[in-house]
Write a protein that binds this ligand. Structure first.
Ligand code: PLP
Length: 458
């Protein structure tokens, strides 16, 4: 069954504390609704496993027909505090009752509370916060600020923006030009020549992990530092959950300082405890000039932000860097409650502790399966790269088969199609109980072994 097939399949029943599968999948009664989505939404929206989300709580996603999945997606790394946390629901309800649903850039107390809270959790040096709605919007803003700063310190030639191969920063025009996946930006055709990419030093797809790799790639593309305004990298590369070596990032930080280049860390995926640190860039022992955040900032409603150096954030005069839905009061209420939960429930340390278990189980799997080329991650995010054995060639079919087989057994992941070519991403809410993590890893191991056995027979 591909993501586009809607033929119900008989699957064994499952009933445990954390998982329940009691129907064919997809559920026959869900098919008219799935078809309606196919009819009225663009095809691009049909890439996920064909189950109909009805409600979600904690680590579980429910449909209307009695099925319950243990969620390894966090709804694409959003629900760090768990789905529908009661305190977040209450905070949203209270804000609704209070009676302010929108504020644009007019001053409001709840926006003041959230920007103060975000500045408090950010490191010294990053104390101004611009609230936005999506991760792409935050990354676009970082590009705008870096170019504005570049022109200020180096004139009109200092506008180039450096990002990394395989990087993902969102789907709007600037964010896609900054992205490092050529297939995603084919449609642009006349790409801005001042957006350039260099290899990401993950040691697997980008084998050269030395900082010389960065300098050489700039040289090969004919760029000298006086032309470069900014460098942006995902704190870890989302497609494969891969990190750069800390020494590389520290050298990058020093190089940026030396050449008046702004360093932006894209924390949209990594932030708010996902990697076992509140900000993922803390793993590198550096402070960026700009940081972009989204997803896990509220564990629910759409809100994002740029947190940065005051002198950079203040480059644009009053009224010239705004957004209609900046700091929407309901989203602010959700984010404030989320930050309190992450701190009170110790979710950052919890992610670090459980992440060690997750990673060690995945490494043990890799030792048994030559189809796993690489295991990466930290905290509650990990990815395995499915490959043709003995090569680094991605095996996207195997990845999809393993995701689907896990779904039939009650563990939900998002589709690996289009992301990281063959990578399977594991990113449950940080609040996942230890026994639920162990149970879901058992299920995944069984599912993976079963699809490998089938592919060997075929
Ligand atoms: N940056 C990173 C690292 C992301 O992973 C994503 C989304 O997956 C984005 C930016 C874009 O965020 P959004 O989809 O909210 O625009």
């Amino acid at each position: 069954m591909s993501t586009n097939e809607l033929a119900p399949r008989k699957v064994p029943q499952v009933r445990t504390k954390y998982r329940r599968i009691v129907t064919d999948i997809p559920v026959p009664e869900s098919i008219p609704i799935l078809q309606k989505l196919r009819q009225f939404e663009p095809v691009s929206m049909s890439g996920q496993p064909p189950i109909l989300w009805d409600r979600a709580e904690g680590i579980q996603v429910y449909d209307r027909w009695g099925n319950m999945w243990l969620d390894w997606s966090s709804g694409v790394l959003v629900t760090n505090a768990g789905h529908g946390h009661p305190k977040i629901r209450r905070a949203i309800q209270q804000q609704v009752e209070h009676g302010l649903l929108h504020n644009y850039c007019f001053p409001s107390e709840i926006r003041a509370q959230l920007t103060e809270a975000l500045a408090r959790v950010a490191p010294e040096g990053l104390k101004k916060v611009f609230l936005l709605t999506t991760g792409a919007e935050a990354c676009e803003c970082a590009i705008k600020l870096a170019r504005t700063h570049g022109r200020k310190v180096g004139g009109d030639k200092k506008i180039a923006f450096v990002t990394f191969h395989n990087a993902f920063h969102g789907r709007t025009l600037g964010a896609q030009m900054a992205g490092g996946i050529p297939a995603l930006k084919d449609w642009i055709v006349n790409l801005d020549k001042d957006f350039i990419q260099v290899p990401f030093p993950d040691g697997f797809r980008g084998p050269d992990t030395s900082f010389d790799g960065f300098l050489n790639a700039l040289k090969q593309q004919g760029f000298t530092p006086d032309r470069i305004a900014g460098v942006m990298t995902e704190t870890y590369q989302g497609g494969n959950a891969s990190f750069a070596p800390p020494q590389y990032v520290q050298k990058l930080r020093a190089w940026c300082d030396e050449h008046k280049v702004l360093l932006a860390m894209d924390e949209v995926q990594a932030g708010f405890g996902r990697t076992g640190k509140l900000a993922g860039y803390q793993h590198y022992g550096i402070v960026p000039d700009l940081s972009t955040w989204g997803k896990g900032i509220s564990s629910s409603l759409p809100i994002s932000c740029v947190i940065g150096r005051a002198d950079v954030m203040d480059l644009h005069p009053a009224g010239s860097m705004t957004s209609t839905h900046t700091g929407n009061p309901l989203c602010c209420a959700a984010a404030l409650a989320n930050i309190e939960i992450i701190e009170r429930e110790g979710l950052v340390d919890r992610a670090a502790r459980l992440g060690a278990i997750l990673l060690s189980r995945l490494h043990a799997m890799k030792a048994r399966h030559p189809q796993i080329g690489c295991v990466d991650g930290k905290g509650m995010v990990a990815a395995i790269a499915c490959v043709k054995p003995g090569t680094t060639e991605p095996d996207a079919d195997l990845a999809w088969a393993a995701v689907q087989e896990s779904l039939f057994r009650g563990v939900l992941m998002f589709s690996p199609v289009g992301f990281g070519g063959g990578a399977i991403k594991i990113c449950p809410p940080l609040s996942i109980p230890e026994d639920a993590l162990a149970e879901s890893l058992d299920v995944f191991e069984e599912a993976f072994a079963s699809v490998v056995a089938h592919s060997e027979v075929a």
